[in-house]
Design a protein around this ligand. Structure first.
Ligand code: E4P
Length: 223
């Protein structure tokens, strides 16, 4: 399972990219606005693109297909490898279908059930983004949707990549991988949390202390 960073923050993206663990970045209007409500979106997106180079989802804000297609044209002028992120609404599916005919990659966002994912796949979506955490917030089991989508995809031989989104904690990353998601897009905090373990820190301190003891003994012998 690949990992993407779900962020528009340059420091977070720079750091995660330097670790070699992410192969893409997903953004949305809320993540961009959180950085700065007056943000120059084009400039920030190109900055992110230059830092990561892999997948980069850029979301449209129109709610009609023609507007979405106009925005997609504009984004593709910024950089032609962009993945156009489109909301899971009927007009969005219309736009996805047109973009798919032009071989433009799309990420259908705000998917909350497997039938929405199926429709997005049939419209030609490259990625289907299931919002696990937001479902959990309502008392539902968000991961169950990922499991259902994987099962349907395997039975039916469907091709859209399954993207686990709205990740809240490291267990979501673990469960997404076990459920067969192709990608999990994670905010910086759970991504960094997932890299650590108290026993790793404890073990490393012990190794370093023991090494220092050896060095001290050698120094004593030499003096
Ligand atoms: C996906 O691409 C979205 O940007 C994201 O995962 C939304 O997650 P949230 O529920 O944390 O806002």
């Amino acid at each position: 399972m690949e990992l993407y960073l779900d962020s528009a923050n340059i420091e977070e993206i720079r750091h995660a990219a330097s670790l070699g663990i992410i192969s893409g970045v997903t953004t949305n209007p809320s993540l961009l606005a959180k950085e700065d409500p007056k943000i120059d979106v084009r400039k920030r997106i190109l900055e992110i693109h230059s830092l990561v180079g892999g997948h980069l989802s850029v979301e449209v804000i129109s709610t009609d297909a023609d507007g979405m297609l106009r925005e997609a044209d504009e984004i593709l002028k910024w950089f032609p490898e962009a993945t156009i992120k489109i909301p899971m609404i009927p007009e969005g599916l219309k736009a996805v279908s047109k973009l798919s005919d032009q071989d433009v990659e799309t990420n259908v966002t705000l998917i909350f059930n497997p039938v929405q994912a199926l429709a997005a796949n049939n419209a030609g979506a490259t990625y289907v983004s299931v919002f696990v955490g937001r479902l959990d917030d309502t008392g539902a089991d968000g991961m169950e949707v990922i499991r259902d989508v994987r099962e349907i995809w395997d039975i039916q031989g469907l091709s859209s990549l399954i993207l686990a989104a709205s990740i809240r904690h490291p267990i979501h990353i673990l469960e997404s991988a076990k459920a067969g998601a192709d990608i999990a897009t994670c905010p910086y905090k759970p991504l960094m949390q997932s890299l650590g373990h108290p026993l790793t820190d404890k073990g490393l301190s012990a190794f370093l202390e023991d090494y220092k003891k050896m060095q001290d003994e050698i120094a004593k012998l030499k003096s």
